[in-house]
Design a protein around this ligand. Structure first.
Ligand code: SIN
Ligand code: FE2
Length: 209
């Protein structure tokens, strides 16, 4: 019998989005994440307009999300190392599939995991994840380290936003009607987290190919 209570809360005003507080144990992810980052290190990618993204990024999986002066897209080769992206640890995909299932999204088969690392002051402006081939699959997002305020708008990058405070071990899953909703991260506040101290990591799983 499983006596662990798993919360899966439908996010108010955001159809298809679910919040799963304390869904996973961050300490179990840390060594796996460190192994991935030893192969494909974090880096600040550039936008097509020449700005550096404030979150440092890397990827694991068959493809990786990259941004540079040519724009953004998925690539099979890490432009920094010239090698394929590190394999996605089965523990990562297992967790993402389990979270998707808990939120009612069966048959999620993530092939990419984007790793974002935020230091105090870093954030992510409103955007939507629209570079994937198939929007039938949800997005699964894991938070580790410092807390952050995530916000969701809607089909447009304007109007009121729904805030969601994310702590280490929390998961957000969104798909269906909200799969292409605009969202972002408010600039991180300084703090001292038991895991990763003064940083926040976010892992987003998607089916890109
Ligand atoms: C993202 O939207 O890609 C990142 C979200 C997050 O850092 O929680
Ligand atoms: Fe996103």
């Amino acid at each position: 019998m499983n006596d662990v209570v798993i919360d899966c809360l439908a996010v108010d005003k955001v159809p298809g989005m679910y919040y799963l507080p304390v869904f996973f144990e961050p300490l179990k992810i840390v060594p796996l994440l460190e192994r991935v980052l030893a192969q494909s290190p974090l880096r600040h990618m550039e936008t097509s307009r020449g700005f550096k993204l404030s979150a440092a990024m890397s990827n694991c999986g068959v493809l990786g999300w990259v941004s540079d002066r040519k724009g953004y897209r998925y690539e099979a080769i890490d432009p920094l190392t010239g090698n394929a992206w590190p394999k996605m640890p089965v523990e990562f995909s297992g967790l993402a599939i389990q979270a998707a299932k808990t939120a009612g999204y069966e048959n999620f088969s993530p092939d990419v995991c984007l790793i974002n690392c935020y230091k105090p002051g870093a954030g992510m402006s409103s955007h939507r994840d629209s570079d994937e081939a198939d929007f039938e699959h949800p997005i699964v997002s894991l938070s580790l380290g410092l807390p952050a305020r995530f916000f969701v708008q809607g089909r447009e990058r304007k109007g009121p936003s729904v805030p969601l405070d994310l702590a280490s071990g929390d998961v957000v899953v969104w798909g269906g009607e909200s799969r292409l909703f605009y969202h972002g991260i408010r600039p991180l506040k300084a703090g001292d987290a038991p895991v990763f101290e003064n940083q926040r990591f976010n892992l987003t799983f998607r089916k890109a190919g």
